[in-house]
Design a protein around this ligand. Structure first.
Ligand SMILES: C[S@@+](CC[C@H](N)C(=O)[O-])C[C@H]1O[C@@H](n2cnc3c(N)ncnc32)[C@H](O)[C@@H]1O
Length: 270
């Protein structure tokens, strides 16, 4: 190893790392490299648009603070987990594509109050705001909330409210017509480990009777018999209107199940 390389602090850090931990430290490197490349490409593409350029500069600054300060795993691999074509953000999971696959707009009415739990950067919530009266988003990572607020401001969406908080302790001022709960009942960042039973109790309490729950599984649920058994036991608390297999492939967040459920009236069956 040449002298220059030997002096780099990260090489010293790696030399001090036990071999068994190296895999865990390095396993995200190729994905992070792709995240950085996506960010550079997006920023280059918006260069001719002063407004979007300013937004992307603001987002880059937020992501930089998240990288330096947020002690937990962040889902976007140095960039965004959710993509959003409206503002030229190429995330791992493109919002417009998910909206289309999940036919979200078909489940929303212009008078609806909607909640997006564990909303990440809030792009799904912002997109829902074009189809509903009001959308709230709750997310424990404050940097993602800040990024979503910047995008909502840029798009002049004043009927969406994104806030930092724990979805488990979030209290609704009134029950919602629709709750979106996408991949947040057991999170890789260890932010939510309450379990699926507690999660559905929470969802039940947040919805009005007859309200709609749009629920996305985790990719690990696909072959998890406990998950499928649980989903079969939801009636009568929730009536299943639809279950769809979503094929994303590993680079787009993995395969998942998507459910459209209607909240029942009877909590006694829980
Ligand atoms: C797999 S991501 C899914 C994000 C988003 N729902 C989506 O599907 O695009 C899980 C999200 O839950 C958030 N999260 C984890 N624990 C949380 C908690 N206790 N309260 C609120 N959000 C939480 C994470 O920060 C992350 O944004």
């Amino acid at each position: 190893m040449n002298t220059f390389l030997r002096q780099l602090p990260f090489v010293e850090a790696l030399k001090a790392t036990p071999a068994r931990d190296l895999y865990h430290k390095l396993r995200h490197v190729p994905l992070e490299a792709r995240g950085i490349a996506r960010q550079l490409a997006d920023r280059a593409a918006v260069q001719g648009d002063p407004g979007l350029s300013r937004l992307h500069a603001e987002l880059a600054e937020i992501l930089e603070r998240q990288r330096a300060e947020w002690p937990h795993y962040a889902f976007g691999f140095r960039y965004f987990y959710q993509g959003y074509a409206r503002v030229h953000i190429s995330g791992i999971r493109p919002t417009e594509l998910r909206f289309q696959h999940y036919d979200v707009a078909a489940h929303l009415r212009p008078t609806d109050r909607v909640l997006d739990l564990g909303c990440n950067s809030g792009f799904m919530a912002i997109e829902a705001s074009y189809h509903a009266a009001h959308v709230d988003g709750v997310e424990w990572n404050p940097y993602m909330v800040e990024a979503g607020q910047a995008v909502a401001r840029y798009l002049q969406r004043d009927n969406v409210h994104l806030q930092a908080g724990d979805l488990n302790t979030f209290e609704a001022s009134a029950p919602y017509d629709c709750v979106m709960a996408y991949a947040c009942y057991h999170t890789d960042d260890h932010g939510n480990r309450e379990g699926i039973d507690a999660h559905f109790d929470k969802l039940h309490g947040l919805l009005r009777p007859g309200g709609t729950l749009l629920f996305e599984s985790h990719y690990v649920d696909i072959h998890n018999p406990d998950f499928h058994a649980f989903m079969e036991r939801l009636t009568p608390r929730f009536e299943r209107l639809q279950r769809t297999f979503i094929s994303n492939g590993p680079d787009r967040g993995g395969d998942r199940y998507y459910y459209v459920l209607r909240r029942g009236d009877d909590h006694a069956g829980a």
